[in-house]
Design a binder for this molecule. Structure first.
Ligand SMILES: Cc1cc2nc3c(=O)[nH]c(=O)nc-3n(C[C@H](O)[C@H](O)[C@H](O)COP(=O)(O)OP(=O)(O)OC[C@H]3O[C@@H](n4cnc5c(N)ncnc54)[C@H](O)[C@@H]3O)c2cc1C
Length: 456
């Protein structure tokens, strides 16, 4: 296949050989390496379309790939074949300030896009913590969210239109440039979050909103998780809608402490990060009311950022949680369960209990505003040992069962991919899974596009 592709596209666009394809064989899921036969570095919609036409003709599987930061193995070529990378399709095609929309190629790095948009007084809120290294095409495929999702929603809320290439090579435009629009089925919404199994995104039209003129950030440090939970409820009950409402448990705090710019007290059992945005006038008073709510509920330390430097210090601690956990343990399984907000304290208790039961350290942090918790199971032993593997598997199964018992969902933002497909039947009944498979077959009858994902 790679010879045909090289002939049609030019050799520089097709990588062959273990050394060259290896960087495209992994993602951030930690599921290992899956070597494809070749990697295509597509530079245009026409090239994406050509690859999908040739692959269909030759019955070769294709795995779309953005920048490989996915946490559930979605970009892994489990059946070999072609990895189709859109990293070179990285142009911002249009920013229209009057229409308040932008049109981008899928390989644009999210953080770069946000910087450009904000320099024009506009705002694109979806903010996965990986924003400096993930692509908008990957965000669309995973329907990515982040801390700001509580106030502003996730990627789906901002995608107005898409151009996709279907298996076989057909290019299809869908959606609109207007904020409202109900013509026909909402096919765009179906493609967002389809984890690269329906088509390959070649262009994205997104909605922009005005850039909030003021931002205020604070950190509350608590002696118990219960106090932190009550403080968060109090803030919400007083009518605030923070743009970020993040929570860290003791294990997460202990891991960031050595590298954090903010000096977390030794006794800290829970930390809440609260960020408001909006009109600068009145923002400080609002922030002080949130701080007062934290103090009333037992916060022992409250730090309201006085300037941008202190804001960055507060966020630095939140941003290094994932890497601090990874650096301290040979293996970490990062889950992203989501429970109704009122069940967060109970879910946190259950996560700790599961860790104790299976003798595995568990660190939990995440988005308290929307109940999306990153439960990290930390493994210090050799994960390949059957006894360790069994403990991890049992702990995960129990975590998911507890999540569902509390009426939550398996994934709040990372998707199902390869990592969680075997747990799908825990949450969804067989007929619903079957209908989704039918939907998949509609767009990709030969099951050649990103096969082996989502469904057990
Ligand atoms: C440190 C860290 C923090 C993270 N934080 C968050 C977070 O806060 N919130 C969150 O939601 N996620 C988070 N993630 C996960 C990840 O960054 C997101 O899922 C992101 O959207 C993936 O983008 P990517 O370009 O890296 O995609 P990839 O990993 O390359 O691919 C992900 C999926 O998208 C598909 N895909 C990629 N490009 C296309 C395309 N053009 N057309 C069709 N399908 C395509 C792939 O087939 C795959 O199924 C984090 C990851 C890391 C490593």
């Amino acid at each position: 296949m790679h010879r045909i592709l090289s002939r049609e596209l030019g050799a520089g666009k097709v990588l062959v050989g273990e050394e060259l394809v290896e960087p495209y064989a992994r993602d951030e899921s930690g599921l290992g390496a899956f070597l494809p036969e070749c990697v295509v570095l597509a530079g245009s919609r026409e090239e994406v379309s050509l690859v999908l036409r040739l692959a269909a003709e030759h019955r070769v599987p294709v795995t779309p790939r953005g920048l490989g930061t996915g946490m559930t193995g979605g970009a892994l070529a489990v059946n070999g074949g072609i990895v189709l990378s859109t990293e070179r399709m990285s142009r911002i095609l249009e920013i229209d300030r009057d229409d308040m929309i932008a049109v981008v190629e899928p390989g644009v790095v999210l953080g770069h896009f946000q910087d450009v948009v904000e320099s024009q007084g506009l705002f694109y809120p979806p903010d996965p913590a990986s924003l400096a290294m993930c692509s908008i095409g990957g965000n669309v495929a995973e329907n990515a969210g982040g801390p700001r999702a509580f106030k502003y929603g996730v990627t789906r809320e901002y995608v107005l239109g898409l151009e996709v290439a279907l298996m076989g090579g057909e290019l299809l435009r869908m959606g609109r440039r207007t904020v409202k629009g109900v013509t026909g089925y909402d096919v765009v919404a179906a493609f967002v979050g389809s984890e690269g199994t329906f088509g390959v995104t070649t262009e994205v039209t997104v909605k922009l909103i005005p850039l909030p003129q003021g931002v205020a950030t604070m950190l509350g440090v608590f002696r118990t998780m219960g106090d932190a939970g009550e403080a968060i409820s109090a803030i919400l009950h007083r009518g605030f809608r923070p743009r970020a409402l993040e929570l860290l448990d003791r294990m997460a705090i202990d891991h960031v402490r050595p590298k954090a710019l903010y000096r977390f007290p030794e006794w800290a059992e829970a930390v809440a990060l609260v960020e408001l945005d909006g009109d600068p006038e009145g923002l400080e008073a609002s922030m002080l009311r949130c701080a007062a709510a934290c103090e009333e509920k037992g916060a022992v330390e409250v730090l309201v950022a006085k300037d941008e430097k202190e804001r960055r210090q507060i966020w630095q601690a939140r941003r290094i949680v994932s890497s601090s956990l990874r650096d301290a343990h040979p293996s970490k399984i990062a889950e992203d369960i989501c429970v109704p907000r009122g069940r967060i304290p109970e879910m946190l208790r259950r996560a700790t209990r599961i860790g104790d039961k299976y003798d595995l350290p568990v660190a939990t942090y995440g988005h308290a505003g929307d109940g999306n918790l990153h439960v990290n199971i930390l493994v210090d032993e050799d994960r390949r040992r059957p006894s360790v593997m069994a403990r991890v598997e049992n702990a995960l199964a129990e975590l998911f069962r507890d999540t569902l018992e509390l009426r939550g969902t398996l994934s709040g933002e990372h998707g199902i991919g390869l990592a969680k497909k075997k747990y799908m039947p825990l949450e969804q009944p067989p007929p619903l899974i079957e209908w989704q498979k039918r939907l998949k077959r509609l767009w990709d009858p030969m099951d050649l596009l990103n096969p082996g994902k989502i469904f057990p």
